[in-house]
Design a binder for this molecule. Sequence first.
Ligand code: BGC
Length: 805
Amino acid sequence: MSTWQIIYRGFDPGDEGRREALCTLGNGYFATRGAAPESRADGVHYPGTYIAGCYNRLTSAVAGREVEHESLVNAPNWLLLTFRVGDGPWFDPARVELLDHEQEMDLDRGILVRRLRFRDGRGRTTRVVQRRVVHMAEPHLAGLETTLVAEDWSGPLTIRCGIDGTVTNSGVERYRELDGRHLADVRTAEIGPDVVVLHARTSQSRIRIAEAQRVRVLVDGEVPDATPVLVRRDGVIAHDITADVDRNAEVRVDKIVSLHTSRDFASTEPVAEAIEQVRDAADFDDLLRSHCLAWARLHTAFHFGLSTSEPAQQAVRLHLCHLLQTVSPHTADLDVGIPARGLHGEAYRGHVFWDELFVLPSLTLHLPQLTRALLRYRYRRLPRARKAARDNGFAGAMFPWQSGSNGREESQLVHLNPLSGRWLVDHTHLQRHIGIAIAHNTWHYHQATGDDEFHQDHGAEMILEITRFFASLADHDHSRDRYVIRGVVGPDEYHTAYPGSNRPGIDNNAYTNVMTAWLCRTAVQVLRELPAGRRGELVDALDIRHHEIDRWKRIAQRMFVPFHGDGIISQFEGYEQLAELDWAAYRRRYGDIQRLDRILEAEGDDPNRYQASKQADVLMLFHLLSAEELAELFTGLGYPMPSIPDNIDYYLERTSHGSTLSAVVHAWVLARSRRHRALEFFDEVLASDLHDTQHGTTSEGIHLAAMAGSIDLLQRCFAGIEVRGGVLRLNPLWPAELGPLELSIRFRGQPLTIRVTGRTATVRTAAGHTREPVTCACGSRTIQLGPGETARFSLEPGAAGTTTC
Ligand code: BGC
């Protein structure tokens, strides 16, 4: 098996959900889970097709109250394809003798192949091979090619190909009490002997979705004498094609599907577009060729050559594949954010969280136009964030913890603890730090790309408005003469209130407070560095007064940061007074305690009582800011710089890693001090979805931030590649265990190839007389590298430093 493949042999009903998620095919515009074409949602299979940004709201009665939820809609299932011999039963792998079953996901070219052989109740043996793509070049197209061979029988074979509009959102067990019927007005039509169409609209957002299919059948390369029979019932449309098949004959069915919505550009209306495109589409073989070329182009832009152990390589390739299937160059034209669970399942209802903090940097080095587009998703929702701030009595822009269609707060008001069966009031929307993530990403994009146009038109405004919000969230505490932020939730979602208190939120979450100080400094820098004309415009338009800027400066100097013990940053004020948890006892009793919050609640206890964190919270500071930046911040605030290793040790002992993000952050913060431990966390990141380390969550969608985070860890953390201030900065500390890394990046529009091993990095610029020299810095050296030149930097003790040729 190559590391560009994932192969699942046999059929394992208990594992089908995970396999479907990991065999999802997508192109940034839409994605379809790797469900078997003949399957329906039945507890084992879950066919799901998700269109980026296609949300709908429904109201349900839960725990005695009416709640409205917005979800990424499960679109009509275009995969539907089944068959039967004579008037026998339709193919169902559970009711035949399955002789072979294999699924192969090609991570290089985004092709899913399924091979199976079975013997039916009458002893007939049939071989089937299915290949499918969601087209990477033509974002509205998908194809499913099915080849059947009658190994030892002859007779009439009927193939049913169709589209199923009866699907609902029911992929996540915990949400099943909520209404999941998002599709309304499902209509179908036969357009011709080989084309049918199904269209529907989402019930509340009224997005029209149209899917048209074209089917062509060949028996031993010849068009059979068969007239398709239309099957139309209850929101399903299909064509049945019956052909007489001889022993060993090969029947080939090409199903091409076109999917359009009323959100598309360059479109009159989706039904007409879907029909026209599917009629004109090339055949499967040609589509496969153009699809592979598009993937090859993508791999050139995002070349990531890792020569580590095969399992690690395979996991990284899996991650890259799913990252690029969720956000591809097509995303640049869409108004979409990063759904935390990809376009691969329904967990978190397709919402957009702070997870982009872990995704955008990995894209920026290769496909910066995608980061720009994803930041535009936030910018378009700035007016709503302003309204949210205003409605809550704050200034500036308060972005929602969970975002969907229009940027309204989409966090759930109640959630179900599956262990206790209780619906609980949910305060996680108090994670105001989402705004910090957006500002940090905006600033980082500006630093990495020097995209002044974006910065001046959108980025600076977002940073300033977010700063305003945090400055208004902060209160001056006269007794301390410091600024405090009360009633929030930090990244660690286990603590949403003080024990026994009815007041939601905790006070002075250190991550939020320190990052607010960072934000205030950054906002002042943004204003200072903007060209005078644009600065004047923004200051006028946003009505930023001197006293406001002065307040930002004061907050940057007087923000309160809670400490306890010997230089330990308290996760929030009073954290040290919480009880210590007997971790060993809980591990003994429950084995897996990642979701300690659910365990404790089910025991009638409360996670708020303990010094126990779901994920990195304080340690996020060491992830986002360099030791130098932190030292500057703490000094500016008048606090001694805390010991990073001591803080890591303290929180490492008190974290259950209930989020896959936790391992990313822990690998990062340990990389430069305890490499061995960092690599253990890195391995956990690689295993997150491949081995479903959270036991059952992968089937509900991949963890995109962990996937992208593994790539970010490799390139920005271990390889130490950063672009800042127009300079390519290299600080490699590459673990020898991982073998060398070779990757291509775009640096201010120029393609560069970088090879890293140990403490050495070699940079090669592309040749071409129109190209500008690039500035590279490593250690104390800074050099200019002309087109077609190579520089070797080494931080190894006693090495030559830098050589160029
Ligand atoms: C994590 C959040 C994350 C969310 C979506 C939660 O389990 O605690 O930090 O944003 O999942 O991935």
